[in-house]
Design a protein around this ligand. Structure first.
Ligand code: HEC
Length: 107
């Protein structure tokens, strides 16, 4: 009996610890950072030098819910950016970071 209670306690504690990871939401401020410090500063034009920060930004983008446009299109666009970074494909990344196409659809 005592053991069961202990297990239950640990289970609840574990859930409480895990939950914030799922509940984590990407904020507008984070996207502002991506756009200004990332895309506007043209970090994506030098993938080799900025891979780490670009990968972080791509993760934020993918998890963000844009103010406009459908989720499928957002997933495709942000997925293409993430894929190019992962594959170290500079040309593909340049094409994927299409400011106007994405803003027209999602901003
Ligand atoms: C994958 C889609 C996507 C791409 C590619 C993209 N943007 Fe954006 N951008 C957005 C979205 C969505 C917003 C609006 C975010 C919001 O308001 O929550 C935005 C907002 C912005 C903002 C305003 C930020 C603010 O709130 O102050 C700037 C500046 C900007 N983008 C610059 C750029 C530039 C420059 C490029 C290309 C080099 C670019 N973006 C490429 C999706 C994109």
């Amino acid at each position: 009996m005592k053991n069961k209670l202990l297990i239950l306690m640990f289970a609840c504690f574990g859930l409480a610890m895990i939950q914030p990871a799922y509940a984590e939401e990407v904020t507008h401020e984070q996207i502002e950072e991506v756009m200004k410090k990332g895309f506007k500063a043209k970090l994506h034009n030098d993938l080799a030098a900025n891979k780490e920060v670009l990968a972080k930004y791509a993760k934020w983008l993918a998890a963000y819910k844009p103010p406009k446009g459908d989720a499928e299109s957002w997933k495709k666009k942000t997925g293409e950016i993430a894929a190019a970074i992962k594959l170290n494909d500079q040309a593909r990344l340049k094409k994927a970071v299409n400011c106007k196409a994405c803003h027209n659809a999602h901003k």
